[in-house]
Structure formats: structure tokens, C-alpha cells
Write a protein that binds this ligand. Structure first.
Ligand SMILES: [Zn+2]
Ligand SMILES: [Zn+2]
Length: 139
């Protein structure tokens, strides 16, 4: 996985345990649970989750530690059964750093974006709007 290249992320919510599939996830993006609206990356992932990436399609699986996952038996959506263990400490660290950076960037061009009627490259911005709408206490 390289910095900032988008990948598919399947993450099990630390709150309600729903599996959320996020297409085109980038480090620095937020991941909000579809069901309970928790920020799934706000958990201490290194303590609560295990990580695996599919060797074939690159999809990342972040599953709660107690979820059963057996390399060679569990099967990826793409049909492959070979996974590489993701170092959750390292991953969580990268996410934190990328989010700090994203927040800085966001503040930097927020004024600029407010003036525009319809942001076109929107995925990231929409996420942010949702966070502020639904979770005013976020941060
Ligand atoms: Zn949830
Ligand atoms: Zn796969």
C-alpha cells in the first residue's frame, strides 16, 4: 500500500460491528459507519482491530480482533484466499498523520471552497459535511 493511493477498505465498526465497505479509501479520509454514524477510525485500531490486505486485489480488511479470520481459509470478495497481515500500529499511525495533514489542508482551502456553489471533486468534502452535520462534537 502506498501513501495516498486509494484502496478498497472493508472495516468492521468498533461500535456496532457492522461491516462497512468503503471504495477508494485514502489515508486521511474519514470512515463513518453507515449504521451508527460513528467515526470508525476514531477507535484505537491497533488495540481493537486486526488488519489484512488481499494479495490479489489489494482490498484491506480491518476486522475486530475477536472476529475470526484465517489466512488461507477466509475468502476475499475477489475469490482470493491469500492475505498479508497489516501492521495495525503502523496503519493507525499513518491514518492519524494523514488526518492531521488533511485537517490542515481542509482549513487552508475551506474559505475558498465555501465560495463555490458546487464542489466537483467532492467525495472528501461530502464526508466532511456529513461529519459536521451529524457529529457537531467531532474532534
Ligand atoms: Zn457502527
Ligand atoms: Zn481480493
Amino acid at each position: 500500500m502506498t501513501e495516498n493511493s486509494p484502496f478498497e477498505l472493508l472495516i468492521e465498526c468498533g461500535g456496532c460491528s457492522l461491516e462497512n465497505l468503503i471504495q477508494g479509501f485514502r489515508l486521511g479520509d474519514h470512515a463513518i459507519c453507515n449504521q451508527c454514524r460513528e467515526n470508525m477510525l476514531a477507535y484505537n485500531l491497533a488495540d481493537t482491530h486486526q488488519g489484512h490486505t488481499c494479495d490479489s486485489c489489494g482490498r484491506a480488511y480491518l476486522l475486530k480482533s475477536e472476529t475470526e479470520f484465517v489466512n488461507g481459509e477466509s475468502e476475499c470478495q475477489c475469490g482470493a484466499q491469500d492475505f498479508t497481515i497489516l501492521d495495525m500500529k503502523d496503519f493507525a499511525d499513518k491514518i492519524t498523520k494523514a488526518q492531521d495533514k488533511a485537517l490542515d489542508d481542509e482549513e487552508g482551502d475551506a474559505k475558498f471552497d465555501w465560495c463555490r456553489p458546487a464542489p466537483t471533486n467532492g467525495v472528501n468534502k461530502e464526508d466532511y459535511n456529513e461529519i459536521f452535520d451529524d457529529n457537531p462534537g467531532f474532534l
